[in-house]
Design a protein around this ligand. Sequence first.
Ligand SMILES: Nc1ncnc2c1ncn2[C@@H]1O[C@H](COP(=O)(O)OP(=O)(O)OP(=O)(O)O)[C@@H](O)[C@H]1O
Ligand SMILES: O=P(O)(O)OC[C@H]1O[C@H](OP(=O)(O)OP(=O)(O)O)[C@H](O)[C@@H]1O
Ligand SMILES: O=C(O)c1cccnc1
Length: 482
Amino acid sequence: MQSSGVVLHTDKYQINMMYAHWINGTHNRKAVFEAFFRKLPFGNGYAVYAGLERIVAYIQNLRFEESDLVYLSEQEENYDPAFLEELRQFRFTGSLYSVKEGTLVFPNEPLIRVEGRMLEAQLVETALLNYMNYQTLIATKASRIKQIAGNDILMEFGTRRAQEADAALWGTRAAYLAGFDATSNMLAGKMFGIPTKGTHAHSWVQSHDSEELAFERFAEALPGQVTLLVDTYDTLKSGVPHAIELGKKLQQQGKKLAAVRLDSGDLAYLSIKTREMLDKAGLEDVQIVASNDLDEHTILNLKVQGARIDSWGVGTQLITAADQPTLGGVYKLVAREGEDGSYLPTIKISGNPEKVTTPGIKEMYRLIDPATGKAVADYLCYPEEQQVLKGEPIELINPSHPYLNKKVTNYRAEPLLTPVFVEGELVYELPTLEEIRAYHREQLGLFWPEYLRMLNPEHYRLHISELMWTTKTQLMKAYLYK
Ligand SMILES: Nc1ncnc2c1ncn2[C@@H]1O[C@H](COP(=O)(O)OP(=O)(O)OP(=O)(O)O)[C@@H](O)[C@H]1O
Ligand SMILES: O=P(O)(O)OC[C@H]1O[C@H](OP(=O)(O)OP(=O)(O)O)[C@H](O)[C@@H]1O
Ligand SMILES: O=C(O)c1cccnc1
């Protein structure tokens, strides 16, 4: 049976809530949801937002097709056929605001705001979180690795170890936007225009009578871009000497060996020795590539040990975010349409004060100190609060630690939420991946290094307006002391 693919990429409880709203006649009531995460991954000081491009494609393709409706009609819930007819007509008619991909983002910030009919705003929760959580997680991991690798070349090698095909593709894209230089994944290269690179596997060497022959044949087949894997038998006694032999031969022919790849053993020691051997043979411009379960910690350690590595192939640890496999982003209702058509702010209360949601439709700004060009704080206020737009002094309330409030008088405010869909229409021109990559680099420039360091970074804080704080405390009181 054919399926449209995306529309049922949701949890059953969304369909059941849509149905219950329909039964109650509230399905067309307006609702406002926000997607955010509560805790930064990997102990990092920031996250890198990603996922919007796929979210846009998802929203544009939301249609219940015949096979989807047939499948729904077979469910034990026995949905009323008139509900399924309603779904047949379904189109996303709401508005979606989002942070731009590549933006540095922080806990509790509304990264996506969906304003729409209950029916549609509820349906999209699962897919939006799925795309946002994974891609933001991988972009953040990649950005950490990039911080450590500096100007060295970073290649994404993870496809074979990724959690299936979609993760490999979109994870690769996330890695590239956060600073990786290339991928081994050909489909990602074709789909997203990411530069592709490849060396060869041990099987190439094993499939020949000797390592020398394997290297020679590879260089004949692919002149100009040869990287030889030198650890199949013995890196320093066999692989590197054979690569040097071939490198010299190529040099005499006016050609060039590009690099050797180390894939096991002590990468610091082996790279230092390999560099010495290559240099001694007059092959100073032959580069050294390393791979083997690398991540930001190993790369940092190798650099501290003086490793002579020019280029890093990073797979498993990046694409699976092995040290923290989920971002934990959530989607919460912050406002709903009241009987009179106006929005009522809503709250979710928790025993954990950090988990109490902040009510109402919000605008989010990054406040920049014009003297330094650096970000001072992110700030949430209600759209009717115009002080920030006029550059007037504002009181910043820290919602978790209200005693840490501060006043800012001299700032430039950059809005962080951009309209993407307005009443069902796409109004946002998606930037190219290169533009997103450049924007991410600019974003990093907005922050002092203490927020960017890998270990124990300073906390960059999200603040809210006084009015938002008052609204939040009043709503908490209203529900707690009812
Ligand atoms: N000098 C080093 N300092 C810290 N970590 C290193 C160093 N050299 C290599 N590593 C890392 O240590 C791990 C070694 O992996 P492992 O124990 O599987 O050995 P291996 O060398 O890959 O052996 P093989 O692939 O032959 O089984 C890898 O994650 C690698 O990146
Ligand atoms: O270690 P990762 O960060 O995931 O990087 C990718 C790894 O995949 C390849 O090894 P694999 O064992 O799959 O095959 P090969 O060694 O035979 O090439 C490659 O040699 C790397 O070691
Ligand atoms: O090109 C490579 O060397 C490569 C590609 C994928 C995985 N491991 C290595």
